[in-house]
Ligand binder design. Structure first.
Ligand SMILES: NC(=O)c1ccc[n+]([C@@H]2O[C@H](COP(=O)([O-])OP(=O)(O)OC[C@H]3O[C@@H](n4cnc5c(N)ncnc54)[C@H](O)[C@@H]3O)[C@@H](O)[C@H]2O)c1
Length: 449
């Protein structure tokens, strides 16, 4: 560990000119990164095992909200962008970036199978002088202890004729205020030479590159960032329940606290955590800590609180229904099913967990989400978005706002609904509407209007 403390300018230093970059995994992380490389003048080849993604890209159809179809068209027209389901397309790349999922296993530990599968496919194709960067979120030690031995199987040696780096992805899907390249990029290498190579490449792409001394430090940086969010989201939702009991508007309290110029970073109430990072990364950290006889009580408690939130939201919704309308048999219309606004990702979504809870308690559930036409409920069942119509809203005993996409027609929803349970505080301007609007964290205004 900690070998990469200095950047050498030895003969095998990285190439400065624009080069060819391969991206493995063209999902929420890989596709935007690929487009950023193309825009900067690199030649980029993307590899994904999902033929439907490759076909969509070849037809100029983006499946990621942050990437407009026009961006894919422009990339195609540049002549420097191609995609394939075959790893052999990566031959001749100067750098290869791995952007693959790192989910949880059945026992809630790390599942590195996507990463190891890619390494097995990749090592026979590696050529001397190539740089391989892992971007997937993972536990400290993965790059050095898991990725490096697999990539070296073909005979190349890290730091000598192969460069292996780790750089955690910090993309914030759906956030139009934080462009990918303006987010400082943490980089690391398994040797000083590996660090020099990744630094050289990413300095051509990102506005700011932050080098750390080891791949373990970079891996842990990402886990710290997401554990911090995991814990604070649990805390603010617990704090919200306290404010509700005290008949305080938690949003007002958070806004006032946010006026403090130092020492306070606001977190906001909501239906719970979601996505492929926040619910998973802290458990990777916990798993690794446990290998060393350590453990985070904060992560344990936050996990308990976060896991309990969907049921707690449904309990609150149940209390809002008229006395003669039990939850079993009630018709609940969910607006927004993805884990956050303006993206199509419903993985680990809190709104989806709420749907499961509602269905389990006998409610009739339908949903509308402009970003997610269908979502998988379990291995066999899919649920499909219905149209957002007056009739659907009028028939619903309650409209639950799970995700407040920017295109949400709040006036329309408020005009045709009887009861709205707003878990996102998205209806704050509409207190005069006919619908009874109940905002999570604000029970100062819950009487029928
Ligand atoms: N989604 C985010 O907001 C986000 C943010 C920061 C970090 N991350 C991390 O980045 C990593 C990737 O996440 P994502 O959200 O982009 O995942 P994703 O599921 O959106 O994309 C992964 C892609 O890899 C493809 N794939 C799977 N196995 C493959 C293989 N062996 N070879 C080639 N392609 C394969 C899939 O078809 C998919 O298109 C994860 O570790 C995640 O924790 C994600």
């Amino acid at each position: 560990m900690n070998e990469a403390t200095a950047i050498s300018s030895a003969a095998n230093s990285p190439r400065a000119e624009k080069s060819k970059v391969g991206i493995i995994g063209l999902g929420f992380v890989g596709l935007p990164l690929a487009m950023a490389f193309v825009k900067k003048g690199f030649t980029v080849v993307g590899v994904d095992l999902d033929p439907s993604k490759i076909n969509a890209i070849n037809e100029g159809k983006s499946y990621i909200q942050d990437i407009a179809d026009g961006v894919l068209d422009a990339a195609g027209e540049s002549g420097r962008w191609s995609v394939s389901t075959e790893y052999t397309a990566l031959l001749g790349s100067d750098a290869i970036v791995i952007c693959l999922p790192t989910p949880l296993s059945a026992s809630h530990g790390p599942d590195l199978s996507y990463l190891t599968d890619a390494c097995h496919r990749l090592y026979p194709l590696l050529q001397p002088g190539q740089l391989v960067i892992v971007e997937s979120s993972t536990y400290p030690g993965t790059t050095r202890e898991v990725v490096k031995p697999l990539l070296e199987k073909g005979g190349l040696r890290a730091g000598e004729d192969l460069y292996i780096a780790y750089s955690p992805e910090r993309i914030d899907p759906g956030n139009r205020n934080a462009s990918l390249l303006s987010i400082p990029k943490v980089v690391s290498g398994v040797t000083a030479q590996c660090l020099a190579h990744v630094q050289q490449l990413y300095e051509q792409l990102f506005d700011k590159v932050v080098a750390v001394s080891s791949t373990e430090a970079a891996e842990t940086t990402k886990l710290l960032e997401n554990s911090y969010r995991f814990i604070n989201i649990a805390f603010i939702n617990e704090f919200t329940e306290i404010c509700e009991k005290l008949s305080l508007n938690v949003w007002e309290v958070i806004e006032a606290a946010s006026s403090k110029p130092y020492g306070f970073s606001p977190f906001y109430p909501g239906p719970g955590i979601g996505g492929h990072c926040i619910p998973i990364d802290p458990l990777y950290l916990q798993w690794k800590a446990e290998q060393f006889g350590a453990s985070s009580q904060f992560i344990k408690l936050a996990q308990q609180l976060n896991d309990a939130l969907p049921a707690s939201i449904v309990n609150r919704l149940e209390k809002l229904l008229p006395a003669d309308r039990p939850l079993a048999g009630a018709r609940i219309f969910v607006y927004g099913i993805t884990y956050k606004k303006d993206i199509g990702d419903a993985r680990e979504s809190a709104a989806l967990a709420i749907v499961h809870e509602l269905l389990g308690r006998g409610a009739i559930v339908i949903y509308h989400d402009p970003c997610a036409p269908s979502v998988r409920l379990n291995d066999r069942t899919w649920m499909h978005s219905v149209e957002l119509t007056e009739e659907e809203l009028e028939q619903a005993d309650c409209v639950l706002i799970g995700t407040d996409h920017s295109v949400m027609p709040a006036d329309f929803i408020a005009s045709h609904s009887r009861l709205i349970f707003d878990t996102r505080y998205a209806f704050k301007q509409l207190a005069s509407s006919k619908a009874r609007i109940v905002r999570l964290g604000d029970n100062t205004n819950t009487a029928a209007q």
